[in-house]
Design a protein around this ligand. Structure first.
Ligand SMILES: C[S@@+](CC[C@H](N)C(=O)[O-])C[C@H]1O[C@@H](n2cnc3c(N)ncnc32)[C@H](O)[C@@H]1O
Length: 221
């Protein structure tokens, strides 16, 4: 993560409370398209990814709400937040008493945002900036996967990785607002929430989003 990525995140966002989770403050943007354009200019890359890191997504919001209600899911444990974006789930885990939290994302601005947002919330979140889906799951107790099922390519890679994590005894917690590639048959519902997002990202400001565990291996639907 470079200091120029950090200053770009600070310049392009405003630090403010997350709707419905006011105890967490994130560097958030209001509009996605102008920011995406600025990312393309900043990186000189017309194919730069959407600035996911500048928004709290439905899946992450649901996980954060779940951890506030069920701190025992992470308290005293090591937490790995896959596809961390803003770092929201990792920060919620630290607030819930996690022993340590790591946020992993492939986007350099996400890496910067995770670090900045962790600091803004008074918690230390370690940052992994690489594609961990090519690695074995890390040595951790809980994996959080917020809003990872929005595109086929990622969904195809995330599921086998999460299964491997589960088969190693790691608790897997998935949060999702009903995206197209969500593998419902592999999930057990833990909770449902109405979350407040933005019409910049979704078709409506309030969405239902669910929290799931990964079904134990060898069990049917
Ligand atoms: C929709 S956002 C969700 C962010 C956050 N979990 C939340 O719910 O607010 C998806 C994130 O996945 C990240 N991502 C995409 N492919 C990835 C990969 N192979 N490994 C890690 N992160 C990835 C993107 O950069 C983006 O930040």
């Amino acid at each position: 993560m470079t200091s120029s990525a950090r200053s770009f995140v600070v310049r392009q966002t405003r630090l403010r409370p997350v709707p419905g989770l006011e105890e967490i403050r994130l560097h958030l943007a209001d509009e996605v398209l102008p920011l995406w354009h600025d990312v393309q200019v900043e990186t000189d890359d017309p194919d730069a990814p959407l600035p996911y890191w500048a928004f709290a997504w439905g899946g992450g919001l649901a996980i954060a709400r779940y951890l506030r209600e069920h701190p025992e899911a992470v308290a005293g444990r090591r937490v790995f937040d896959l596809a961390s974006g803003s770092g929201l789930c990792a920060i919620a885990a630290m607030h819930a008493g996690a022993a340590e939290a790591t946020g992993a994302d492939i986007d350099p601005f996400a890496a910067a945002a995770i670090w900045l947002n962790g600091r803004a919330n008074g918690c230390r979140v370690a940052v992994v900036h690489r594609d961990v889906l090519d690695d074995e799951p890390p040595d951790t107790d809980v994996v959080l996967a917020g809003d990872c099922w929005y595109e086929a390519g990622l969904a195809e890679r995330v599921l086998p990785w999460l299964r491997r994590a589960r088969d190693r005894g790691i608790d897997v917690v998935v949060g999702d607002p009903g995206r197209r590639y969500l593998p419902l048959g592999e999930l057990v519902e833990l909770a449902a929430y109405e979350v407040r997002t933005t019409t910049e990202l979704e078709d409506m400001e309030r969405k239902r989003a669910w929290v799931y565990a990964l079904r134990p291996s060898g069990t049917g639907r």
